[in-house]
Design a protein around this ligand. Structure first.
Ligand SMILES: C[S@@+](CC[C@H](N)C(=O)[O-])C[C@H]1O[C@@H](n2cnc3c(N)ncnc32)[C@H](O)[C@@H]1O
Length: 312
């Protein structure tokens, strides 16, 4: 319902035809502002298109506009002490465990990790951005240890307390997973960490369209062969479900962040446009893995459609 595909793709087409779709040649310094500008313009055009389409389209657009927010999650606030951030990141980790999400992410990613390893003849170097308390990086490390998944993982986040806690956990479990601080909004920091596959899980909505474009561009410039982003699917059911499930953790600020996040999830059409703006081509997939959206971009000449992403 909140995907608004008909109106969204009409809006993108109008902007493309009138020369307002960024060329893809945007220099990295301009990429952020161009992608931010385009998505803001696309949302305005989409509202106009929905109004013209009328009826249910108009109603859905009204609902989407009422729900959407640009508010920052509390856990990203520079004023929140790191111990309270860590408490929230751990709550998210428990929630992911309860929903078996990291297991699911590993299942979704394993064929691609194996394919990249076959192609290079060595383990796939995986760089996770915005890794929070490190649940996915650690799960990949366990898969490597227990089932021989051919990868070497570096988990990163901007919050030092997460990096320290994740490093301790990796050491405690004897996993060969490295953690370090890294600002995912700085393409040059991404470029400082050689990787074959760059991952962002459950965090796309924490970044503006321009920041996402920079991440994808940074991954490509760093020599990665693929980028995968996974996040909540934008829909009324997920928007209602995320804060309710978050409330089970009994931490008010975490439940509030659940609500903010659910209001911010990107639609598939928005992610589709952001990746095209970042790469200047259409070699990517935007897939529905309910209640998730998965985006994959390939930079190594392999057609994105040829990548095995299970229906996990
Ligand atoms: C919703 S949490 C997701 C954490 C983790 N991926 C998970 O699934 O549990 C969003 C994460 O984005 C991180 N983050 C926000 N801005 C960032 C930035 N500029 N660079 C790196 N990480 C950032 C936050 O610190 C937080 O850990």
């Amino acid at each position: 319902m909140l995907q608004q595909k008909t109106a969204a793709y009409q809006a993108i087409e109008r902007l493309r035809r009138s020369g307002r779709f960024p060329s893809g040649e945007e220099r990295t310094e301009r990429l952020k502002e161009e992608a931010d500008r385009f998505i803001a313009e696309m949302r305005r055009e989409r509202t106009a298109a929905a109004r013209e389409l009328g009826g249910i389209f108009h109603l859905q657009e009204f609902f989407d506009g009422t729900l959407r927010t640009d508010e920052r999650e509390l856990m990203d606030s520079p004023d929140l002490p790191e111990d309270r951030k860590l408490r929230m990141a751990r709550a998210l980790e428990r929630q992911s465990g309860m929903l078996q999400l990291n297991r699911r992410f590993v299942a979704l990613l394993s064929p691609l990790i194996r394919e990249l390893a076959r192609g290079s003849g060595r383990e796939t170097r995986v760089l996770e951005l915005a890794a929070g308390a490190g649940g996915l990086s650690l799960a990949l490390g366990r898969e490597t240890r227990d089932r021989g998944l051919p990868c070497r993982v570096t988990g990163t986040d901007i919050v030092a307390a997460y990096v320290e806690a994740s490093s301790r956990e990796a050491e405690r479990e004897g996993l060969e997973v490295r953690f370090r601080t890294l600002d995912a909004c700085r393409a040059e920091e991404i470029e400082s960490e050689p990787a074959d596959l760059v991952l962002v899980a459950q965090s796309l909505h924490h970044f503006s369209p321009g920041e996402l474009a920079l991440m994808v561009r940074g991954a490509r410039e760093a020599g990665a062969r693929a980028f995968v982003g996974i996040d909540g699917y934008r829909s009324p059911l997920v928007a209602a479900g995320v804060p309710l499930v978050a409330a089970l953790q009994g931490i008010a600020e975490f439940a509030l962040d659940g609500l903010t996040s659910a209001r911010k999830f990107y639609s598939e059409a928005e992610l589709d446009a952001v990746i095209e703006i970042a790469t200047g081509e259409r070699n990517h997939l935007v897939l529905n893995r309910w209640p998730l959206t998965l985006v994959l971009a390939r930079f190594d000449g392999v057609r994105a459609e040829e990548t095995e992403i299970p229906l996990a």
